[in-house]
Design a protein around this ligand. Structure first.
Ligand SMILES: Nc1ncnc2c1ncn2[C@@H]1O[C@H](COP(=O)(O)OP(=O)(O)OP(=O)(O)O)[C@@H](O)[C@H]1O
Length: 258
């Protein structure tokens, strides 16, 4: 099998994107219509009230759901084609690791599935980065939920995907580790300027990790705020956090601090 190069970060364009679910004769409008461009190599945080359609938007971009209307292009390709070519990686809220493999084998498997050469050094570097150096030979059942989530993040990053979709990736991670990951992971996932879409319930995390913050309305997700992120500008964070909170409104349920 041919080995694939690590993919270049793509631009993601959504045009007239809509998603409606049908539940026992009832229509649930989850997303849109949305016209939205995610520039190549930038990290965009998506925040909004619970159930507003953020995960559905990520699943549409990953080709895991079909739009009810509109189109998504990733570079010049469809989400399905990019997923098939291992051009994107998706970290879900619930880390799904293969239970019969160790942490190291789970992370290494991602390289194999993406038809990339084995790279023990990179696998071990990522395992260490997420704080699992001493658990590389451990199987998922013997890890805590947060540790499993960290292993899944390492698995996601190992292939250096052009497009990274992160759905509450730090949800089950303890506060100390989360702070460390927040400090270190952006450097890693942006070492090649990955296009990153990050769903988070933490306004502070959104402001700190991203180049852009999009605030969504209650379902169906529409954009109610579009701000420059403050990843490179710590001085701008307090004002940005206030602006995001104000765009969300008081009853959003989104955490004001991480
Ligand atoms: N497969 C599905 N079938 C039917 N309805 C669905 C499906 N997936 C999502 N929904 C509905 O679509 C809406 C948006 O859900 P989604 O998970 O995208 O929201 P979210 O903003 O990610 O929420 P949270 O922040 O709580 O994770 C919700 O009303 C949800 O019940």
């Amino acid at each position: 099998m041919a080995e694939r190069e690590a993919s270049m970060p793509p631009k993601v364009v959504c045009k007239g994107l809509e998603k409606t679910f049908h539940l026992g004769g009832r229509a649930v409008d989850a997303v849109g219509p949305l016209d939205l461009t995610f520039e190549a190599g930038r990290t965009t945080a998506l925040v909004g009230p619970s159930g507003c359609g953020k995960s559905t938007l990520l699943r549409l971009v990953a080709g895991l759901e079909k739009p009810s209307g509109g189109v998504i292009s990733i570079g010049d390709e469809t989400p399905e084609a990019v997923t098939k070519a291992a051009g994107l990686a998706f970290a879900f809220q619930d880390a799904a690791l293969l239970p019969w493999l160790t942490v190291r084998q789970n992370v290494a498997l991602a390289l194999k599935l993406a038809r990339r050469p084995a790279d023990r050094e990179r696998v071990d570097h990522l395992i260490a980065l997420v704080g699992l150096r001493h658990f590389a030979e451990t199987r998922p059942a013997e890890l805590s939920g947060g540790m499993r989530q960290r292993a899944a993040i390492a698995r996601c990053l190992v292939t250096q995907p052009g497009l990274l979709l992160l759905d509450e990736p730090f949800g089950a991670v303890d506060e100390l580790t989360r702070t460390r990951l927040n400090a270190e992971l952006p450097t890693l996932w942006q070492e090649r300027g990955t296009t990153t879409l990050l769903v988070t319930h933490s306004i502070a995390e959104a402001a700190t990790l991203s180049d852009r913050v999009l605030v969504f309305s209650p379902r169906p997700a529409r954009i109610t705020g579009d701000f420059d992120g403050a990843r490179h500008n710590p001085a701008a964070r307090p004002a940005l956090i206030e602006a995001i909170a104000s765009a969300l409104g008081a009853k959003s349920g989104v955490e004001p601090v991480s």
